[in-house]
Ligand binder design. Structure first.
Ligand code: G6P
Length: 615
């Protein structure tokens, strides 16, 4: 059982259309105006934007493009050595040599970087770095509480960490027991949460949980009934020894609420007392917090107003589940803190997060023109790309900049793992549409010492993984595909903490470079609001169908009739979808016609709900 210290990546058709290069002549291309010096530089000598690449395939500019990315091995080696970043204590390396930025570009960007460094410094001092929500942005304080802008916040962070450690230790040691478990101690965690309240814990569990953790973890991160049923079924009798951790900063996210209600129902049906096995992680006085307090849940931990969901892994959100799985959370914090310290350097070459941001700006023209493909060559880092998807896309995907200009910024992120993806999408990356740059995550240590063996003379299984990574990096580069490589010695709590911190800061710096607020997510609300409107419409449809179904004889209705009676003729398509969904779930009966020809449908409810008539 774990102790507290233990827890604590030649278009032939163009020949037919030699005069077409639409994106180069499109006046809306932002890179025509965004950074003229750098564009001039690039058309002469550097890695091709996509439109240039197409002309190149026609042969005209091929020589210039080849000149673009350095191909001379000696010059490349000099570039590699010259730009290689190493964090000695963390054993982390950052190689940006396979991104084609020039010295001139770096010089042009220098003032912007200095401005970004100043902005990060202000942020860390407690500036309102999220102006739209009038919030401070304090995730960096979580791993270095003395940097918090006042002693109250410092104490809050320290007390929460202590409480997390104590609670985890008490659960792992069996001091805190489930009320009715034959095993006498908690054996499972069911984490209910979504977005930033799930992705960090999922990534960390996959990366760091030991093979036999003190508590195994499962996730309910959706309002998919079948998915929830599956998790509960997998728990089986162990529901009695399951600690349910409900995580929601706002405390009112519908998917999380639904997950909680479903889990509570399963507890009732199993005759279990949910509050004695329930833990809430949320902002003080949120709906969730009040529910947990009133119902007397086993424990409650705070989420701070100044920590965003996508940067909450080092708060109770990430630390509690990690500690319960026997992951050394103090090591995660130490790794993040060390990385933060390195990222405070105002010398670009010495600042790994700034180097990443530089590469992102170069590769995407500062307008998101290329996608970020994350390829960790290590199974345990599988979920890193998924974690980064939210961190990068929710932070950088913004319609307006800080001055109110419409910019539609963002960088798309996707990925899975190597070498597996070499058998899936590397074909397109090497030879297909050139709309990406790759980040390889390399782990030097193949497996714990003493377990290695040569599966053929001089070659281990890990050597193949290494060879696949290096081979893919070279093959992509040979075809002018840029890549970054982040290398870690091994996957440990310290390096995972550092990787999270590295990307958090890179996102913050990049946001400053392109002048956007990385810390809000106004776009997410539109979908939520529309979902609420659909559900409100469904209630009206139900009422109309119920009324017709309560008539004697029952009055099946056409879609037009339902829409008219809902006073929503403009919503007929949505009404059709609502009815088709209800019919698929045996909640409405289609007596005439079929869903394939919507105008033919006549529908009513299987039974009349008298109470519903007067609701
Ligand atoms: O933690 P919660 O308040 O439940 O929010 C969960 C998620 O909901 C949203 O849709 C936000 O866009 C995410 O940033 C957030 O992480």
């Amino acid at each position: 059982m774990a102790s507290l210290s233990g827890i604590c990546s030649s278009s032939p058709t163009l020949k037919k259309f030699p005069n077409q290069s639409p994106s180069l002549t499109d006046p809306l291309r932002k890179d025509h105006v965004s950074f003229p010096a750098r564009l001039a530089d690039r058309t002469l000598s550097l890695a091709p934007p996509r439109a240039v690449a197409r002309e190149v395939s026609d042969g005209a500019l091929a020589a210039a493009v080849k000149k673009g990315l350095e191909k001379d091995p000696r010059a490349l080696w000099r570039r590699y050595v010259g730009w290689l970043y190493q964090h000695k204590e963390l054993g982390i390396y950052l190689d940006v040599s396979r991104v084609g930025f020039s010295d001139e570009f770096v010089k042009e960007m220098e003032p912007r970087f200095q401005a970004a460094f100043r902005a990060m410094e202000e942020l860390e001092k407690g500036a309102i770095a999220n102006p739209d929500e009038s919030r401070m942005v304090g995730h960096y304080w979580l791993r270095d509480p003395k940097r918090a802008p006042n002693s109250f916040l410092k104490t809050q962070i320290e007390n929460t960490l202590d409480a997390v450690c104590k609670f985890a230790n008490d659960v792992v040691s069996g001091k805190i027991k489930p009320p009715s478990s034959p095993e006498g101690r908690f054996t499972q965690i069911l984490s209910v949460g979504i977005g930033g309240s799930a992705l960090g814990p999922q990534f960390v569990a996959e990366a760091l949980a030991p093979d036999n953790p003190p508590l195994k973890i499962r996730f309910v991160d959706n309002t998919d009934p079948a998915g929830i049923d599956h998790q509960i079924a997998q728990l089986g009798p162990e529901l009695a020894s399951t600690l349910v951790i409900v995580i929601s900063k706002s405390g009112g996210t519908p998917e999380t609420r639904n997950g909680l209600l479903e889990v509570q129902k399963a507890f009732r049906e199993a005759g279990l007392d949910f509050p004695k096995q329930g833990v809430a992680i949320t902002q003080e006085n949120s709906l969730l917090d009040n529910t947990a307090r009133i119902e007397g849940w086993l424990a409650r931990f705070p989420m701070f107003d100044w920590v965003g969901g996508r940067t909450s892994e080092m708060s109770a959100v990430g630390l509690l589940p990690a500690a319960l799985q026997g992951i050394d959370i103090r090591e995660m914090l130490a790794g993040a803190s060390l990385m933060d310290e390195a990222n405070r350097s105002t010398v670009l070459r010495n600042n790994p997060a700034a180097l990443l941001a530089l590469c992102w700006y170069w590769a995407t023209d500062g307008v998101g023109s290329k996608d970020m493909v994350i390829l960790p060559y290590k199974d345990s880092l599988l979920l890193f790309s998924r974690y980064l998807q939210q961190l990068v896309m929710e932070s950088l995907g913004k319609e307006f900049d800080l001055d109110g200009n419409r910019v539609n910024q963002g960088i798309s992120v996707y990925g899975n793992k190597g070498s597996t993806d070499q058998h899936a999408y590397i074909q397109q990356l090497r030879e297909g549409v050139h709309n990406f740059f790759v980040t390889f995550i390399e782990v030097l240590r193949d497996r714990p010492p003493g377990h290695d063996w040569e599966l053929e003379p001089g070659v281990t299984c890990g050597d193949y993984l290494f060879g696949m990574l290096q081979g893919t990096r070279s093959a992509l580069y040979a075809n002018n595909r840029e890549s970054i490589t982040v290398t870690v010695q091994e996957v440990t709590p310290r390096t995972v903490g550092a990787l999270i911190a590295l990307y958090e800061r890179a996102v913050g710096i990049y946001a400053s470079l392109v002048n956007i607020n990385a810390y809000h997510q106004p776009g997410v609300e539109a979908g939520k609001k529309a979902a609420g409107e659909v559900l409100a419409l469904q209630k009206r449809v139900l009422a109309v169908l119920n009324e017709a179904s309560c008539k004697e004889p029952v009055e099946p209705l056409t879609l037009e009739e339902v829409a008219d009676r809902c006073h929503a003729p403009e919503d007929i398509e949505m009404i059709y979808k609502i009815i088709a969904h209800m019919a698929a779930n045996d909640r409405a009966l289609i007596v005439e016609g079929s869903c394939g020809s919507p105008r033919s449908i006549k529908v009513f409810l299987g039974e009349c709900n008298i109470d519903g008539l007067y609701a």
